[in-house]
Design a protein around this ligand. Structure first.
Ligand code: ATP
Length: 293
């Protein structure tokens, strides 16, 4: 269990990146969802021991992050948002190198590297240099590297951004499999990633946790309160004055609008809520949804 208590981080210029973050994250895949600038990467870097919070505490299975950094690093696997430059060295040689740095040698090292290459579907490409890999292969290499040493806490920061649907699914499958064994924290602004694979999640905005829990009950809370209506674009202002609009989408010349209401708005149809609706309605409730036009 990963336990975060009252984590705060203020950057120079009084930018409150994290404000009193409290979270309990159990074994499995946990999605941290939030718009750009919400504070996700700052939180990920703190959990990866790369940055100090101003206040608060983090413990993982009894290890205190601020007092026992090295102990936490022993059980940590981190895939950052930006990997930096990719080496010209082959994937297999790089993994061997990082395994050696983690104190894994000899036959054991061969076995670990082989199993990671197979797990991430890179066995066939193992002798190619990483800088020639596609975006998806680079991400899979990144997770292979993060998995050296059997981490018990895996942190991945926006891993599927820019991946094509097949690569995204491959990556999701790798994470899902890991989630059956250890704590995997997935930070993303892609709602579908969380909906597809994370049983639990938190929604962040402007440095705060706005909502957290199991996906299904959060979705069910919107049942009977979510409505869709198709209108002309010019009618949007009037509707906005009357209802809480959470999203709009152009559809066959008109505009499909989703809105929240306890009673049935005239001409609207009751809609089946999704995690995306939970996400938008949470941002709306917290005045963090940009106005529609
Ligand atoms: N080194 C820094 N110095 C000053 N401000 C920073 C620094 N890093 C991040 N910020 C600010 O802190 C806030 C949170 O940024 P952070 O990168 O953690 O958010 P994020 O949710 O990961 O966003 P994104 O999805 O765009 O990466 C933003 O307002 C950002 O501009």
């Amino acid at each position: 269990m990963l336990h975060l208590s009252q984590i705060t981080k203020i950057y120079p210029g009084n930018i409150a990146a994290l404000q009193n973050i409290n979270l309990n994250i159990p074994k499995g895949l946990f999605g941290l969802l939030g718009p750009n600038g919400a504070g996700k990467s700052t939180l990920m870097r703190i959990l990866a021991t790369l940055q100090e919070p101003d206040t608060g505490s983090v413990t993982f299975d009894g290890i205190n992050l601020r007092k026992e950094k090295n102990a936490l690093r022993q059980v940590l696997g981190y895939l950052p948002q930006q990997f930096g430059a990719y080496p010209r060295t082959s994937a297999v040689e790089m993994l061997k190198h990082f395994a050696a740095l983690k104190g894994i040698h000899g036959k054991k090292r061969e076995q670990v590297v082989e199993s990671l290459l197979v797990k991430t579907n890179l066995w066939e490409a193992r002798h190619r240099s990483i800088n020639q890999f596609s975006g998806g292969m680079k991400q899979r290499y990144g997770i292979a590297q993060a998995l050296i040493g059997d981490p018990k806490l895996i942190i991945v920061d926006e891993p599927t951004a820019g991946l094509d649907p097949l690569e995204r699914r491959r990556f999701q499958n790798i994470l899902s499999q890991l989630g059956t064994e250890v704590v995997v924290l997935l930070s993303t602004h892609i709602v579908d990633d969380v909906e597809d694979i994370c049983p639990q999640l938190a929604i962040m905005g402007q440095g705060k946790i706005l909502q957290s829990g199991e996906a299904k009950p959060l979705i069910n809370k919107l049942k009977g309160k979510l409505w869709t209506i198709e209108i002309e674009k010019a009618e949007l202002g009037e509707l906005q004055a009357q209802y809480h609009i959470i999203s709009t989408r152009f559809k066959s010349g008109g505009l499909e609008v989703k809105m929240l209401s306890d009673t049935s708005p005239s001409g609207a149809v009751c809609a089946q809520p999704t995690l995306e609706d939970v996400y938008f309605s949470t941002l709306l409730e917290n005045n963090q949804l940009v106005a529609f036009d």
